[in-house]
Design a protein around this ligand. Structure first.
Ligand SMILES: Cc1cc2nc3c(=O)[nH]c(=O)nc-3n(C[C@H](O)[C@H](O)[C@H](O)COP(=O)(O)O)c2cc1C
Length: 413
C-alpha cells in the first residue's frame, strides 16, 4: 500500500469510536486561556484550523483540573460548568470535518512554576533537581483526602468535557507531571497505599481511569499519554512502564499514547539523537515494538515524526496505530491534508536553541517558540517558521513576568 493510503485508513477503537485517519495531533499547551483560566474564543479558532487541516484525532493542550495548580499562566482550568458555552464553541469548531477532539486533563504536581505556585503539591515532599530551584518551589506531600479529591476532579472535568461536546479525554500521565510523579519511585516515596510497590504507585492513575469511566460511560474514549521511561536514575523504568500499560489495558483504557522524559530529562523533544532512533525517525518506536507484544490496546507513538515515509513505515511495522505529531502541526496546521494530497512529503523542524544552557537543557524554547505559533494560528495570522528563538525568549520573559504577576493577584483575590 502507498504511504498516503496507509495514513488515510480509518481506525476503529474497541468501543466503536472511529478515527477517520491515522494522523493524531498530540497535546500542545496553548496558554490561550484568560489570566483567571477561563476559555477564550481563540481556542475555537485554533482548533477549527486543525479540524479543517485533516487530522483524524486532535488532542487538546493540557487543561488543568484544579485552578490552584497550573502548569503555566493562562492555562484553561476546568472545575465546573461556568464556561460551558465557550467550551461548546471550542468543541464544535474542533469536531468539524469528522474530527475526533479529545481533551487532555492534567495536574502539574511539583512542575508548577514559581510565578503561579508558591506551594506546589506532589506525592512526596521531594523537590526537583537543584538546578530548577529558581523555577519551582519545593512541594508538600499530598494527604490521602487531597489525593481522593484530585481523582474526583479528574472525573468532574471529564464529565464536563463530554457534556460540552468533546468526543474523548486523555489523562496526562507523562512528562513528569503529577500522575507521572506518582508512578516514579524517585518522586513517590510514600509508605501508604499510594506509594511503594508498583501496584501502589499505579493506584492513582487507575483510580482516575475508574472515576472518569464512571462519570462518562463505556462509549466515551478515555486515553492516557504515558512515559516509556523517565530516563532518570531511580525513576520510572521501561519495564515498569510496560507493566503499568498492562494494568491500564486490563482496566479498559481505550488508547495509549507513548512519549517519555520530564522537565529534568526532556527526551520527548528528541534531545538524545541516538542512532537507532534517528534511523526510524520517531523517538519511542523501539519501546512501542516491545509494548505491542504485551497489550492489545491501540497505540499512538509521539515524537519525531516528520516525513510521510517515516510515518507509513511505523504503521506498516505494526509498532503504532496512530502517528502522533506535535511541533510540525504548530507550523503547518493542515499538514495531513497536504501530505495526503502529495503537495509535500515532509515537514522538518529545527531545534530551537538560544545558547543559554539552562534554558536549552530544559528544552524550554521548544514549547515557548511553538506556543507563539499557536497564538498566531488562533488569531488568523500566518505562522513564522523562521523566527529566531531569542526573539521568542525575550517576548516570553517579558509576558510571563506580567502574566505571573497578574495570575498571583487574581489568585490572591
Ligand atoms: C508548545 C508545546 C506544548 C506542549 N504541551 C504539551 C501538553 O500540554 N501535554 C503533553 O502531553 N505534551 C505537550 N507537549 C509535547 C508534545 O505533545 C510532544 O510530545 C512533543 O512535542 C514531541 O512530539 P513532536 O516531535 O511531534 O513535536 C508540548 C509540546 C510543545 C511544542
Amino acid at each position: 500500500m502507498k504511504p498516503a493510503d496507509l495514513l488515510a485508513q480509518p481506525l476503529t477503537l474497541a468501543n466503536g469510536t472511529v478515527i477517520k485517519n491515522r494522523f493524531a495531533k498530540s497535546a500542545m499547551s496553548e496558554a490561550l486561556g484568560t489570566i483567571d483560566n477561563r476559555v477564550t474564543p481563540h481556542l475555537a479558532n485554533l482548533y477549527g484550523a486543525w479540524a479543517r487541516g485533516g487530522t483524524g484525532l486532535v488532542i487538546t493542550g493540557n487543561v488543568m483540573i484544579d485552578r490552584r495548580a497550573l502548569g503555566e499562566p493562562c492555562n484553561v482550568a476546568l472545575e465546573d460548568e461556568r464556561d460551558l458555552a465557550q467550551l461548546q464553541a471550542w468543541a464544535k469548531a474542533g469536531t468539524a470535518n469528522g474530527t475526533q477532539l479529545w481533551m487532555q486533563l492534567n495536574h502539574p504536581g511539583k512542575q508548577s512554576p514559581v510565578q503561579v505556585s508558591k506551594q506546589p503539591v506532589a506525592p512526596s515532599a521531594i523537590p526537583l533537581a537543584p538546578r530548577f530551584k529558581r523555577f519551582f518551589n519545593p512541594p508538600v506531600a499530598l494527604t490521602e483526602p487531597q489525593i481522593e479529591n484530585l481523582i474526583e476532579r479528574f472525573a468532574t472535568s471529564a464529565r464536563i468535557a463530554q457534556k460540552a461536546g468533546f468526543t474523548g479525554v486523555q489523562i496526562h500521565g507523562a512528562h513528569g507531571y503529577l500522575v507521572s510523579q506518582f508512578l516514579s519511585p524517585h518522586h513517590n516515596q510514600r509508605t501508604d497505599q499510594w506509594g511503594g510497590s508498583l501496584p501502589n504507585r499505579a493506584r492513582f492513575v487507575l483510580e482516575i481511569l475508574r472515576a472518569m469511566r464512571a462519570a462518562t460511560g463505556p462509549a466515551f474514549p478515555v486515553s492516557i499519554k504515558m512515559n516509556s521511561a523517565d530516563f532518570q536514575r531511580g525513576g520510572f523504568t521501561e519495564e515498569e512502564s510496560m507493566q503499568v500499560a498492562e494494568m491500564l489495558a486490563d482496566a479498559g483504557i481505550d488508547l495509549i499514547e507513548i512519549s517519555g522524559g520530564t522537565y529534568e530529562m526532556p527526551q520527548m523533544t528528541g534531545v538524545t539523537g541516538k542512532a537507532s532512533t534517528l534511523a526510524r525517525e520517531a523517538y519511542f518506536l523501539e519501546y512501542a515494538d516491545k509494548i505491542r507484544a504485551r497489550v492489545k490496546t491501540p497505540l499512538m507513538v509521539t515524537g519525531g515524526f516528520r516525513s510521510i515515509d517515516g510515518m507509513a513505515q511505523a504503521l506498516q511495522s505494526g509498532a503504532t496505530d496512530l502517528v502522533g505529531i506535535a511541533r510540525p502541526l504548530a507550523v503547518v496546521p493542515d499538514l495531513p491534508n497536504r501530505l495526503l494530497r502529495g503537495e509535500i512529503t515532509r515537514s522538518d523542524i529545527k531545534r530551537r536553541i538560544t545558547g543559554i544552557k539552562l534554558i536549552d537543557d530544559m528544552a524550554m524554547m521548544e514549547t515557548v517558540w511553538y506556543a507563539k505559533q499557536l497564538e498566531r494560528i488562533a488569531k488568523g495570522e500566518p505562522t513564522k517558521p523562521d523566527e529566531h528563538p531569542l526573539i521568542g525568549l525575550v517576548r516570553y520573559v517579558s509576558t510571563s513576568a506580567v502574566r505571573g504577576f497578574k495570575s498571583q493577584r487574581v489568585r490572591a483575590n
